[in-house]
Structure formats: structure tokens, C-alpha cells
Design a protein around this ligand. Structure first.
Ligand code: ZN
Length: 722
């Protein structure tokens, strides 16, 4: 959950205004303190899991250095002509009062029940109307799934070449697409009067459905548009220019007034007298307002039909409020401009699993639209653009630039601080544009900002870019992976990473999302304490979750891994140490190695020659050959970043070692005389265990460390206790 939401939840703020009332400064400082709390929590878990993370050099997106690099990235894009400001219909969250990107919208689709209406618009008496339907009442039928947009209606669109039917029902005439007559009039006693084309209807005027904007010029008429279809509804589309992409295009072409009858907070404006103050999609009951609209239409003789139906509707990923399509200002990254380069560069990236490359990621990249990067929020990096009253804009790419221009020391780049900084240039005063940046802009700037590039560590950056590999969940094909790639393509002309491991989601055993409320999964800390981190690591690494598929977490399966892999390996290891201790056995090379350095590069090479060269025993030859095959399999899978394939290779090997090699060789260790064969058995098993501990180390670091250290510390073994 984003920090802002956690803080909002604790404060109990209901709207954006509540935050503004308490002060952005206070709100942002609370956010800062929360971040620090989570960092230490995370550190504990990471350590317990045996992950190597450079916590000492951890970056935080809220640090001044990080934020400065984000400014630099923004300015690189700005200088490259990749940033523009546009007025477009976008999805907004009325509660957060902010715009959302295409990716954020795609994350929040849910099936909900809604109410659709077919409204009847009374045609005005004109020559054209007389010619088409003669005397008497005539109505245009338009269908909408968003009744709350009807008070903002200014036009009705028809398809130029589509066929329309004039239907008589009672004394009135209705105009509807020919293909949709039955859908709308089934069961009614109607009469087909005549057929016309859409272009014949263009130019008809109708009475406004609601009185609030009745004196709008040039409005309330029928126009043609190419997006009209006869797939559903009536074949006539009600247009409210402020609330849809298609609608907005027509509005620009037809020069009708831009009516925005709902505010950015999702509330009807005061001139919409019958509904003023109502939320158009209330969170607690999203149909409530639409039902009020339907009632009003029915009461005023303007409702033709209504219907409940289910559809997929986008919700805010932050707060679950139904989103609205709303025309507003936004800053964009011109993805269209960089797309060709980005597609070309994407060819060099290796994906695990491979189908992600052309599939999820490739498709998303191909269909990518310009990236809306401005948010009307508080706790985030800001848009580093200062603007004068006459609209001149200066993009600032570093703290130094801002200090020079303003003559002020700048210690913090958060909104509540930099909003107070203004400067004069050529007799004009510049103030910052109020928006902050999409948090994905921060995440996408990570390769540069984590090392404060280019202000510091230029060399470290060059060495680590593009990254060798990155790993995240499959939803990131549309988010982090994507934004990293877009930014790197635009400002570096390189991909940001060479390899990607895509993870699936760990679900509860019943296949549902893990949910605190349902308590359908065991506490991760209990699991770690009961089975150990290695078992959990091995279980996850060998599962489909490391190749972008979902895993139903099962403690039973975890237990199987514990028994079939770990206990078996530990028993093999115990077998060896028990007999080695009884016989006071030590490896031939122990003497030299004890004085040497077990951590040297050579000794960590898993292919260190086992000291078996002399053994002709078939069991020894066999297990050593299996060991080499295992090494090859693990190595080649790891080269391709196929983690589960690499991990699964250990299972048959450990089984072979325990159930075949040791079981068949047992008697060789039991013999009382110290002959060559016994020595060979010891040497072989020792070599296998040492090598195995090294090969397994990245997968099961704790167990490997234990085995490796015990087997390698010759001195302690001389004391008889390996
Ligand atoms: Zn929201």
C-alpha cells in the first residue's frame, strides 16, 4: 500500500481537502516517519530469509539525492522533447482527486453491477424533422451505461452510413438503429414507418434532457461520428465532452461549449440543481446516484428503458473508489515518440519465462500510449518545472540550478518545501507548477537515482548499467519493467536490464488471495521458525512462482520438501560424519587445505577435483558422474535464469545419493580394516558433500554453510568431532 494511504487511514481523512486543511507539510512529515518504520521491518525479514541485500547503501525515494536524480531524469526527457502538457479525458479518482496512468487504471478492473438507461430526447420541430417523420412527437433514443453523465449531454452521434428505423409506438415516433429495433422494442406493439441513413439524421435538433445548460450555443443536435456502432444500445450515442475520449474528439470538431457538470471530486456542481452535492459514484453504493437520475427521467417523461447489468469497471488501486473518465490537464511522457526505439531495444532482453518477451511485455509495449506522469497529490517527487505568469516554463534538473536561480539554500525537494521557492528572471516571477510525479516515475528512475547519478558515482553507474538482472511480479510488465525500459530507451538509448525473472503470485492454499481477514494462510514467521528459511526458499524456488505462474501455497508440500530433500540430505551428511568420527578419518588433502584458504577463488569452484582419482568402484564412479551432471544442469539453467529448473535438479540427486549410493555403499564404511575401498568410499562421499554444499549455497545458504564449514574445518575433525 502506498505510504500516503497508510497515513490517510491512520488519520481518518476522508478527502483531499482534509489533508490540505491539516497542512501538506504536516502530512508529508508523517509520511516520512512511516517510511522509516517500514525500512527496519523489511530489514529484519530479509535477513531472516538469508537474502543478501546491501542495506547499508539502501536508497530511499524520499532522500534528497534520489529526488535530485529524478529531476535530472525529468530534465533529460524534457530536453529530448519527450515531455508535454495536454488536456485530455483521463481516468481520475474522485476521492484522491488525481489522474491515473493507463497502467494504474488497468490494475483496478472489477466486475460490478450497474444500471444502464435508454433516454428519449424529444426532437424539435424543424423542416428536417417534418420531412423525416411528419407531424407528431418524435424521439431520439440514446443508451448509456453512465446515467450521471446525462446532465452534461450536448450532442448525439449517429453513424453516417448506418441504417436507422423510424418506429411508431402509440402516437409517438422513435428513431433507433435498424439492427437494434428488436432489442429495444421486443414485446411492444410497434410499427416500422421508414428507413433512413445516419447522415439524413445529422442536423436534427432536440430539446435538452435537463434544464441546467439549456442555453448552450450550438448544442443539442445530431452529428455523425465514426465510432458509433450497432453492437449494443440504440445506435445513437449521447455525448458529454468532458467525460469520454470519443466525446472529447467530437466536441473539438463541433465547437460546442465545454460543459463540465461534475467537479474533479466527483460531485455535481451547484448549477445542476436537482443533484448538486451528490457524488456521481458513491463508494458505499455506486449505483445510488444513477438511480436518482433514472427516477428524475421517469418523473419527467424522458425515460424509455432501464436495465441492470454487470460489467468490468475500473477502480482506484489506492482507495478502491470507482474511477471517472474526466477531461483534465496532465503532463505526459511522449511514449509514442520513443516507442520505436523501445521496441528495438526490447529485442535484446532475456526473459524468464521466455514467453513474457513477446507476450505480456511485448504486447503492452506495442499498445503503449503516452504516459500521464502528473499527480495532484502530496508525498512524492515533484514536477521540477517553474512557470511565469505568462506561461513561460523553466525545467530545473539539479539542486544547484534551483539554488542559483533562487539564491536560496535548498535542503529538501518535497512539495511543501519547494512550492515556497520562487525566483525572478528577466523581470518575471516563476513559481512551481503544483503537480507531483507518478510514483512510477521514481521507480523508473531507480538505476540513476540509487547512485545519485550523474551528480556522484558516475563510474559505479556505468559499471552497473544495464543491470545484469531484475526480478519482480508479472504485473510489473506493465509497470516497473515497462517504465524502466521507457526511460532508459529515451535518455540512454539502451535497455535498463539484460535479464528479467518474472514471478507469479503466492496465493492461499484454496487458490484465493492471501487475506488477513479470511486467515487462509499461515503466518510467514511461524513457517520460518518451524521449517527454517532454507526449506521455504527451496519450496518457492522450485515452484512455478519463479516462472510467472501463481502458486497455491501449501504447508503439506512444504513439509514434503522438508522431508524429501532436507532430511534426506541431512541424514546422508550425518551418516558421513558419524563414521568419519568413529574412524577418525580425514581427507587426504586436509593437511594442506587446513593451512590454506578455504575461501579462495579456487576452493569455491564447484568443479574442484574430487580426490577420487584412484577409485574404480562403480558406485563411486556413478555418483561422481551424477554430481557432474547436476553441476552442468544447475549451471546451464542458472545461465538462462531458469530458477525452478535449477532447483529441481537437486531432488533426484539427493535421492540417488541417499537411497542408492549410501545404501549400496554402507558396508564399505562398516568394514573394520582400513583398506583402499573404504578410503575411496570416504573420499568420494566427502567430495560429493563438499561440492554439493557449494552448488546448493545460493539456494539453501544456511544448510550449505553448516555442512561446508563442518566438513572443511580439518582441525576440529582431528579432535574427532566433524
Ligand atoms: Zn483513490
Amino acid at each position: 500500500m502506498p505510504i500516503e494511504n497508510i497515513v490517510e487511514k491512520e488519520l481518518g481523512t476522508k478527502s483531499k481537502k482534509d489533508i490540505e486543511d491539516m497542512g501538506v507539510e504536516k502530512f508529508n512529515e508523517l509520511c516520512r516517519s512511516k517510511v522509516l518504520g517500514y525500512v527496519s521491518e523489511w530489514e529484519k525479514t530479509i535477513h531472516r530469509l538469508g537474502r543478501w541485500v546491501d542495506m547499508k547503501h539502501a536508497y530511499r525515494t524520499m532522500d534528497k539525492e534520489y529526488m535530485e536524480s529524478v529531476w535530472w531524469v525529468f530534465k533529460e526527457l524534457w530536453d529530448g522533447g519527450y515531455i508535454y502538457k495536454g488536456y485530455k479525458p483521463m481516468h481520475i479518482c474522485p476521492r484522491c482527486e488525481t489522474t491515473l496512468s493507463q497502467q494504474e487504471v488497468s490494475e483496478g478492473y472489477k466486475d460490478i453491477k450497474d444500471i444502464s438507461v435508454t433516454a428519449q430526447f424529444r426532437v424539435q420541430d424543424t423542416e428536417l424533422k417534418k420531412r423525416l417523420v411528419g407531424d407528431g412527437d418524435a424521439y431520439l433514443l440514446a443508451w448509456t451505461t453512465t446515467p450521471w453523465t446525462l446532465p452534461g449531454n450536448v450532442l448525439i452521434a449517429v453513424g453516417e452510413d448506418l441504417e436507422y428505423t423510424i418506429v411508431k409506438l402509440g402516437d409517438a415516433h422513435f428513431i433507433v438503429a435498424k439492427d437494434l429495433v428488436m432489442t429495444n422494442f421486443e414485446g411492444k406493439e410497434f410499427e416500422v414507418m421508414s428507413q433512413v441513413h445516419g447522415k439524413d439524421l445529422a442536423g436534427l435538433y432536440y430539446e435538452p434532457l435537463f434544464p441546467y445548460y439549456a442555453d448552450s450555443e450550438n448544442s443539442f443536435r445530431v452529428v455523425t461520428a465514426d465510432f458509433v456502432t450497432t453492437e449494443d444500445g440504440t445506435g445513437l450515442v449521447h455525448l458529454a465532452p468532458a467525460f469520454g475520449t470519443d466525446d472529447y474528439e467530437v466536441f473539438r470538431k463541433e465547437h460546442v461549449p465545454f460543459i463540465q457538470h461534475v467537479g474533479m471530486d466527483g460531485v455535481f456542481k451547484k448549477e445542476v440543481t436537482d443533484f448538486a452535492g451528490l457524488h456521481v459514484k458513491p463508494v458505499e453504493d455506486h449505483m445510488a446516484t444513477d438511480i436518482e437520475i433514472v427516477k428524475w427521467l421517469a418523473h419527467n417523461g424522458k425515460l424509455f428503458a432501464k436495465k441492470k447489468y454487470e460489467h468490468s469497471y475500473p477502480h482506484c488501486w489506492r482507495c478502491d473508489t470507482p474511477l471517472l473518465n474526466y477531461a483534465t490537464d496532465s503532463w505526459f511522457v511522449d511514449v509514442t515518440k520513443v516507442k520505436k526505439t523501445a521496441l528495438k531495444l526490447a529485442e535484446d532482453i532475456n526473459w524468464s519465462p521466455a514467453h513474457m518477451k513477446e507476450g505480456r511485455f511485448g504486447k503492452w509495449l506495442e499498445g503503449a500510449r503516452d504516459w500521464s506522469i502528473s499527480r495532484q497529490r502530496f508525498w512524492a517527487s515533484v514536477i521540477p518545472v517553474w512557470q511565469s505568469e505568462d506561461g513561460d516554463q523553466i525545467c530545473i534538473g539539479s539542486v544547484e540550478e534551483l539554488e542559483t536561480l533562487s539564491g536560496q539554500k535548498v535542503d529538501d525537494l518535497h512539495k511543501h518545501v519547494v512550492d515556497k521557492i520562487t525566483f525572478e528572471k528577466d523581470g518575471k516571477t516563476y513559481t512551481r507548477v503544483p503537480d507531483v510525479l507518478d510514483t512510477w516515475f521514481d521507480s523508473g528512475s531507480m538505476p540513476y537515482a540509487q547512485v545519485h547519478y550523474p551528480f556522484e558515482q558516475k563510474e559505479a553507474f556505468e559499471q552497473g548499467f544495464p543491470a545484469e538482472f531484475i526480478a519482480e511480479g508479472q504485473d510489473q510488465t506493465r509497470a516497473w519493467f515497462y517504465y524502466l525500459h521507457i526511460i532508459a530507451s529515451a535518455i540512454k538509448g539502451k535497455p535498463a536490464f539484460k535479464n528479467v525473472i518474472v514471478n507469479g503470485i503466492v496465493l492461499a492454499e484454496d487458490g484465493k488471495k492471501m487475506s488477513k481477514k479470511l486467515q487462509n494462510y499461515p503466518d510467514p514467521m511461524d513457517i520460518l521458525n518451524k521449517y527454517g528459511a532454507d526449506v521455504l526458499r527451496f519450496y518457492l524456488l522450485s515452484s512455478p512462482v519463479v516462472s510467472a505462474e501463481n502458486l497455491n501455497f501449501s504447508e503439506r508440500d512444504l513439509n514434503d520438501v522438508s522431508r524429501n530433500v532436507f532430511r534426506m540430505l541431512w541424514n546422508s551428511y550425518s551418516f558421513f560424519t558419524t563414521y568419519a568420527s568413529i574412524d577418525n578419518w580425514s581427507p587426504m588433502s586436509c593437511h594442506s587445505r587446513a593451512g590454506g584458504n578455504p575461501g579462495s577463488e579456487n576452493s569455491l569452484d564447484p568443479r574442484v577435483k574430487p580426490e577420487d582419482d584412484k577409485s574404480k568402484n562403480i558406485l563411486d564412479r556413478w555418483i561422481l558422474s551424477e554430481l557432474q551432471l547436476l553441476i552442468r544442469e544447475v549451471e546451464s539453467s542458472m545461465e538462462k535464469y531458469e530458477l525452478s529448473k535449477a532447483t529441481r535438479a537437486f531432488m533426484p540427486f539427493i535421492d540417488n545419493l541417499s537411497n542408492w549410493y549410501i545404501r549400496r555403499s554402507r558396508k564399505r564404511f562398516w568394514k573394520s580394516e582400513d583398506d583402499n575401498d573404504k578410503e575411496n568410499a570416504y573420499q568420494t562421499l566427502y567430495a560429493v558433500l563438499v561440492t554439493l554444499s557449494k552448488v546448493m549455497a545460493p539456494f539453501t545458504p544456511f544448510l550449505s554453510e553448516e555442512i561446508y564449514r563442518n566438513l572443511f574445518s580439518c582441525h576440529s575433525r582431528e579432535g574427532g568431532n566433524p
